[in-house]
Design a binder for this molecule. Sequence first.
Ligand code: NI
Length: 138
Amino acid sequence: MTRKVAVFRTAHFNAAHRLNVPQWTDEQNKAYFGLCNNANYHGHNYELEVKVVGAVDEVSGYVIDMKVLKTFIDEEVIEAFDHKNLNLDVPDFASLNPSAENIVWVIWEKLRKRIDNQFELSVRLYETPRNFVEFNGK
Ligand code: NI
């Protein structure tokens, strides 16, 4: 019988960002985004949880090789985002507000391209220990 199991891999990165909507006035942006609108940017310690669901291989006993999953996360997320200014250094956010909601979507898109479609993929991103978002492609 095929058993489906969820496997998780965590990672973290530090990055700076600024939330700002160009079409809004400075006052509107400040009122809506608060500290995250600071003109000179600010940083977060982002924590990432990647969840992959799939059938357990009867020979290896694995769903997915975690070393391979780690490599995907390192190449697609950590190398692209860690110690970067998301607004200025990461092309994905050149015209996309780097909110946690948008960051988790960008990360999901990047990882989805690397992970075989037989697996379900869900990504959770903690901007702070109390604020976190999750995206599973739906
Ligand atoms: Ni912020």
